[in-house]
Design a binder for this molecule. Structure first.
Ligand code: UD1
Length: 378
């Protein structure tokens, strides 16, 4: 079975790494990786290939930035001839970024079966670009691999045939376990002058939070108030950096980046986007995480670290019911109140959600190989 895997943006890389590792070990599967180039900076893409031991891409489509329509269209235009030339038995896509939908759509139109890993998640908020990508990818994918029970329920409610849905667990957690020795060996705490369990981490990049100047200013003010209690590290996503530059008239000052910071970190400390090992080390040692990311809600749940989600909804409800996540919206007073509550009233971490055991990729690859074998028989 020839599988073509598609990676586009930062959150795709750690989901594909465990899958590709297991595909490479399977005798009946040959796999290649195509990188669309939706994310292209060294610190958003390049270093993830190195750290996560991803194979050199069979092809890089170099689509780069653009509006949603042009980015999606460019991936489709550049991927189509490649799929015609290589004719894989399956195209595998992960997550919910523009490259996910673009690749799924291109393959489906060429009658190439599509597998979607992390299917069925729904925020029910169609102003989120990812929600549109999720709905459309799932509508045309042949095989749907879900991370949590809500994914299966959502798909069934949308009329998807139960036979196409496989509840396999979460490949993001596989990456966390596969690369545990790597991130446990990170020197980021020393580098930033942080003590484990004595700092917070924040990430912000959703258009709804950072593209509106007033919302962004309010969020930063709230974070500064929390940072009076406990230092908060803020790896700044390029989209957010651009907006902060517009807001302040200059790029945010990146603090404590020197190789050997002698002082302890204080306040809100902006740093460049971090690689996977440093970022996971930072999250694992944090007392509190504040975020609008999807994946980070899952990683904090798996690590037992309290997470405050600065959004009005989540497509990952299991992180609330079975995990450490609280969805608290974006009102500054509420953020400060909830953060202080987490700092003052630490709670025991619950056990992990079902099947978040580091074996999701193995399950997916076993199912795909079986399906490939079944198709050969026809
Ligand atoms: C994309 C995904 C989002 C995901 C996020 C993770 C979609 C619709 N959105 O959002 O789901 O959570 O990635 O990061 O697919 N930029 C750089 N260097 C890079 C990458 C981006 O400077 O390597 C800049 C772009 O030029 C652009 C901005 O960052 O100005 C946003 O990039 P884009 O890929 O369009 O969307 P994200 O906000 O990263």
């Amino acid at each position: 079975m020839k599988i073509l895997n598609v990676a586009g943006a930062r959150p795709n890389f750690m989901k594909l790494a465990p899958l590709i590792r297991r595909m490479q070990r399977h005798p009946d599967i040959s796999s290649v990786l195509v990188h669309t180039g939706q994310h292209y900076d060294a610190n958003m893409a390049g270093q993830f290939f190195r750290d996560l031991e991803l194979p050199t891409p069979y092809a890089s489509l170099n689509v780069g930035p653009g509006s949603h329509a042009s980015q999606t269209a460019e991936v489709m235009k550049r991927l189509e001839p490649l799929l015609e030339e290589t004719r894989p038995d399956l195209v595998l896509v992960v997550g919910d970024v523009n490259s996910t939908l673009a690749a799924a759509l291109t393959a489906a139109k060429l009658h190439i079966p599509v597998a979607h890993v992390e299917a069925g998640l729904r925020s029910r908020d169609r102003t989120m670009p990812e929600e549109i990508n999720r709905l459309l990818t799932d509508a045309i994918a042949t095989y749907l691999f879900v991370t949590e029970e809500s994914g299966r329920e959502n798909l069934l409610r949308e009329g998807v045939d139960a036979g196409r849905i496989h509840f396999v667990g979460n490949v993001m957690i596989d990456a966390l376990e596969d690369f545990r020795p790597l991130w446990e060996g990170s020197g980021i705490h020393r580098k930033l002058g942080l003590r484990r369990g004595q700092y917070g981490v924040v990430t912000l990049h959703r258009p709804s939070n950072v593209d509106d100047t007033r919302r962004l200013r309010d969020l930063i003010d709230a974070l500064r108030r929390v940072a009076c209690e406990v230092p908060i590290v803020f790896p700044v996503h390029p989209r957010t950096r651009n907006r902060l530059t517009e807001l302040n008239g200059s790029a945010p000052a990146f603090g404590l980046e020197a190789e050997s910071a002698t002082e302890s970190a204080t306040g809100l400390v902006c740093v460049e986007p971090l690689g996977y090992p440093d970022f996971m080390a930072l999250v694992a040692g944090a007392r509190l995480v504040l975020t609008d990311s999807g994946g980070l809600q899952e990683e904090t749940t798996a690590l037992g670290v309290p997470c405050l989600t600065l959004r009005d909804n989540t497509e990952r409800p299991v992180t609330v019911t079975d995990g450490t996540n609280r969805v608290i919206g974006t009102c500054p007073a509420r953020i400060v109140e909830e953060a202080f509550d987490v700092l003052q009233n630490p709670r025991a971490a619950p056990s992990r959600p079902p099947l978040w055991d580091g074996k999701a990729a193995e399950r997916i690859v076993t199912i795909l190989a079986r399906l490939g074998g079944a198709n050969d028989g026809h």
